[in-house]
Design a protein around this ligand. Sequence first.
Ligand code: 6GU
Length: 234
Amino acid sequence: MSGVQIDVVTLFPQWFDWFRGQRHVANAEAAGHELRTMNPREHTPLSGGQVDDTPFGGGAGMVLRVDVMDQALRSYYGVDPVELQRERRVIALTPGGRMLDEALVGELAAEHALTLLCGRYEGFDERIVQHFCSDAVSIGRYVLAGGELAAMVVCDAVLRKLPGALGHPDSASEESFSPALGGDPEYPHYTRPAVHRGWKVPEVLLSGHHEEIRRWRRARSRERGAVGGGSPLS
Ligand code: 6GU
């Protein structure tokens, strides 16, 4: 198996030290996948480590400069960043991007190499997204202070899909939104004790009738996936 390489371009690479220490991430790395970080500040052609600037037209905040990103990607990868998208998927993390869902995660997990660009402050000069990126991705309709947490969400969701990341090979196959569940959320799980404060585990799960258990789980999963129905808390 050849591993997937994920590079995160961030002004805060130290955020990822903690993430890298988490078990499924460490497992994925041990299985031959790779998670690297690159800090544009270490490659900026500007003095004093400058990477951003005030927006043309005025307004609050700072914008990541296109010339800085150009130089940083060029010196890290050794190719013109405009061409980089032909070698690997280059994704800008931005609140206005394509919404991350299980289908997009599956698409990304099938790539051999990804580069995730984290914006900070007010984000990127639009030319970075237009000329250097294959797509833009968002993790939801709210604004984070930067793309780092979004990049971790993408990495987490992608890495756990890869062979070797999870303890048990079946763990990812029959889970929420998987084809095995017809795209529905996962059925509820129970473990010991069978009764706690009078709250009983559904009888069928203790019955040992595998076909009945399968039918019961499929039905619960469908209920949760039904339109207007079934938040996990209901
Ligand atoms: Cl990808 N970035 C930022 N800064 N905020 C977000 C986001 C990304 N997705 C949702 N909110």
